[in-house]
Design a protein around this ligand. Structure first.
Ligand SMILES: [Zn+2]
Length: 294
């Protein structure tokens, strides 16, 4: 079996402990399966990008003993791929143009679940438009390696946007196109993305792409139960102290690292992690508090 995994951070803020969990889990799962591990920077949204931050990602990963294969991939270099897929989706009538504002949708529908208004009455050809995928009545079932059986009705989300009205490619489109073009077979990432997965699989079905195996690890929360993120002021990773961070991450991922690893080198910690990796040990939960003490 060929295994190709990936880590795909967005450069909207510094890498923090939550980012490291996703990086480490996807890395160890790939290496334990003799697979490749790719690094993709998801910089689709220049206004939200923090200047200079993506340049720090490679160093921080290497400082934690995480080395990727092949060339680093930047989504900003891949617009032509996304555009080709968008054109095909429009041509095949899987996608349609929509110029409704969020305000208009809420006032018409009472919430943001889209009502296919522009599918039924298309906007003028010169209107500034988003592009949505017709997903009416689609039902998606898949088995997540950690979170178990998932069944989603896409009507609950409404037709989703693959191209934004402010002229940006949407994450849902880019991630599906990149996973396909990079031959990704396994996606290990935070459970905050679990609810996006059914829409990604729906798009894969339309595009006749294979569906990777998904595993959504629990996200780490602070003491207030908030997900560690830039918005909750999660501290940036400390590259001076990789061993204790890696040890903490292995513990969080239910891998039971022995206490002696705390005095080992980062290479030894990583190699212990690969040799003892058991994705089945990760408990099925969407989120849990980060225990700071070891
Ligand atoms: Zn519309």
């Amino acid at each position: 079996m060929t295994y190709i995994g990936r880590f795909a951070p967005s450069p909207t803020g510094p890498l923090h402990f939550g980012s490291l969990l996703a990086a480490l889990a996807s890395f160890l799962d790939a290496r334990a399966n003799n697979g490749k591990w790719l690094l993709r920077i998801e910089n689709l949204d220049p206004p939200r990008e923090q200047a200079g931050i993506k340049e720090t990602f490679p160093n921080i990963l290497e400082a934690h003993g995480l080395y990727w294969d092949d060339e680093l991939c930047l989504q900003s270099d891949r617009h032509q791929h996304y555009q080709n897929v968008l054109d095909a989706l429009l041509l095949q009538k899987h996608a349609y143009r929509c110029n409704c504002s969020r305000k208009e949708i809420i006032s018409r529908c009472g919430n943001t679940v889209y009502d296919q208004h522009c599918l039924l009455s298309p906007p003028n050809t010169d209107a500034q438009c988003a592009i949505r995928i017709n997903s009416k009545d689609a039902q998606i079932s898949f088995t997540d390696l950690i979170q178990g059986q998932q069944n989603d009705r896409l009507n609950d989300y409404g037709d989703f946007v693959v191209y934004r009205r402010d002229n940006l490619y949407a994450y849902l489109l880019a991630v599906v196109v990149d996973d396909y073009l990079q031959g990704i077979t396994h996606v290990v990432r935070g459970s905050d993305l679990l609810s996006e997965t059914a829409r990604q699989i729906h798009l894969q079905h339309i595009l006749k792409h294979p569906t990777p195996t998904y595993a959504h690890i629990p996200v780490a929360t602070n003491n207030e139960g908030q997900k560690l993120s830039k918005q909750t002021f999660a501290p940036a990773l400390d590259i001076e102290n990789p061993v204790s961070t890696l040890f903490q991450a292995l513990k969080f991922l239910d891998q039971r690292p022995p206490q002696e690893l705390l005095s080992a080198s980062k290479e030894e910690v990583i190699s212990w992690g690969i040799n003892n990796w058991k994705i089945s040990s990760i408990k099925k939960t969407m989120a849990k508090p980060l225990q700071v003490r070891t």
